[in-house]
Design a protein around this ligand. Structure first.
Ligand code: SAM
Ligand code: SF4
Length: 443
């Protein structure tokens, strides 16, 4: 055990990484470390990295460079880097050669070894690069320090077998490995005992949950079983793959009480040619049929998506197909990305890459179209009462609280003590593209 030592974790990327950071914090606290509120006050700094797009990587290198100053001022400072970027050879080499002030590099598959490796560095001052190239299954029961008392992430599977042609995730997170249903339910029951009322199930493609197990259950069965657990109020999940989001799952959600009516279904492109090249396994017609199916089963719901513009070979017509489908579906929100070339993926080898200028222009156009739709969708909620789980003080104004509706809309309302962690009813009186404003009418 160390005494009076502090740690600081900076997390890049998705919810999986956020959840891994909770486990890193858990392991460090078991070793006796306490959280530092500022980077400058830490004895151990850990960067949990992302490599999905190039700009995420550039940010990490910028940060690593800036830490040199702190290491110079305090040679005992331990600097560690982990996460997806550390599963790729190039950046690991670069850290080895150009950033000697980094003490520890650890891959995603051997995160559980962190305490041991930190001890070695504390004792011997040596540099450790520990990156496995083989996944070793889900590492269960790592201690975890959750950011929230009433919300929790629950990993149901790791890795991805889809090999979308642009994506690096299968190469850095390994094959799909699902957790046994009993272990997931057990974890959820323990979380409820700790006061958790909302869980988010995590996986790169939750809809293929359990396909790698010799089991007679699937994702829909897992949802149905979790829905029965007393004390739990909300169930969320991410991410769904449109190819595997089936009728059974839609019906199960419609029949459930706790599974939230928020459908995040990354479409990536509206063009069949591009979808084929992306290896997504569905057409725009399949996608639209799935959306119709959702609309038939639910009165109140939201649909969000991810879209990539400028995939190699994307023509103006292909991009127009994307704009058209965005208008047709009327997404509540879209995360929009410029295609980013990832070494080692099939799309990176294509010789019909799109210029940055064209990508920028398409992104701007898409965002403009989507923003208008988001505003129009939200305006429909003015005058309506929404069930909101109060999360805490809103980011920009301590006089207000923020929370999320079941449909995952951000709702802001005047501060009222005693509401954090509670589900309340809020009447919406002003809707903007990203935010709804209202007043609590029932606690
Ligand atoms: N597994 C999830 C899925 O299939 O939707 C999400 C994985 S990824 C971390 C999140 C989003 O990043 C993807 O939906 C995609 O839109 C985007 N993305 C992945 N690779 C990309 C790339 N090379 N360039 C731009 N965006 C990318
Ligand atoms: Fe990447 Fe596709 Fe797997 Fe999502 S489903 S993580 S986009 S390969």
């Amino acid at each position: 055990m160390v005494e009076n030592k502090k740690y600081y974790i900076k997390t890049y990327g998705c919810q999986m990484n956020e959840h891994d950071s909770e486990k890193i914090a858990g392991m460090l606290e078991e070793k006796g470390y306490n959280p530092a509120d500022e980077l400058e006050k830490a004895d151990l700094i850990f960067l949990n990295t992302c490599t999905v797009r190039e700009n995420a990587e550039l940010k990490v290198f910028g940060k690593v460079g800036s830490l040199k100053r702190l290491k110079r001022a305090n040679p005992d400072l331990i600097i560690g880097i982990g996460g997806c970027m550390m599963q790729v050879e190039e950046p690991v080499q670069k850290i080895k050669e150009k950033f000697p002030h980094v003490d520890l590099v650890i891959g995603t598959h051997n995160l559980h070894k962190l305490p041991e490796l930190v001890s070695e560095i504390e004792e011997s001052d040596q540099r450790i690069i520990s990156v496995w190239d083989q996944e070793k299954g889900i590492i269960p029961d790592l201690p975890s320090v959750r950011k929230s008392d009433f919300q929790a992430w629950v990993t149901i599977m790791q890795g991805c077998d889809n090999y979308c042609s642009y994506c690096i995730v299968p190469y850095v997170r390994g094959h799909e490995r699902s957790r046994l249903k009993e272990n997931i339910i057990n974890e959820v029951e323990n979380l409820i005992e700790d006061g958790v009322i909302e869980i988010t199930l995590l996986g790169q493609n939750v809809n293929s949950y359990a396909q790698d197990l010799e089991a007679d259950y699937d994702f829909a069965d897992l949802l149905a079983e979790l829905d029965e657990i007393e004390g739990l109020k909300r169930i969320r999940y991410m991410t769904s793959h449109p190819r595997d989001f089936n009728e059974k799952t839609i019906k199960t959600i419609a029949d459930s009480n706790k599974v939230c009516e928020h459908f995040h279904l990354p479409i990536q492109s509206g063009s069949n040619d591009v979808l084929y090249e992306m290896n997504r396994g569905y057409t725009r017609e399949d996608y639209l049929a799935m959306i119709d199916n959702i609309k038939e089963h639910f009165d109140h719901y939201s649909i969000t998506t991810d879209i990539i513009v400028g995939f190699p070979g994307e023509t103006d017509e292909n991009f127009q197909d994307t704009l058209d489908i965005v208008k047709e579906v009327e997404f509540d929100m879209a995360f929009t990305f410029k295609y980013s070339k990832r070494t080692g993926t099939p799309a990176a080898k294509k010789d019909n890459q799109i210029s940055e200028e064209v990508k920028d222009r398409r992104l701007q156009k898409l965002m403009k179209v989507q923003n208008k739709i988001s505003l129009r969708q939200n305006k429909k909620l003015e005058g309506k009462n929404l069930e909101v789980l109060v999360e805490g003080e809103s980011k920009n104004n301590p006089a207000t609280f923020m929370g999320r509706s079941r449909t995952n809309k951000l709702v802001i309302f005047p501060r009222q003590e005693g509401l954090i962690g509670k589900v309340v009813k809020v009447k919406i009186d002003n809707a903007q593209s990203w935010t709804l404003y209202g007043d609590v009418i029932e606690t």
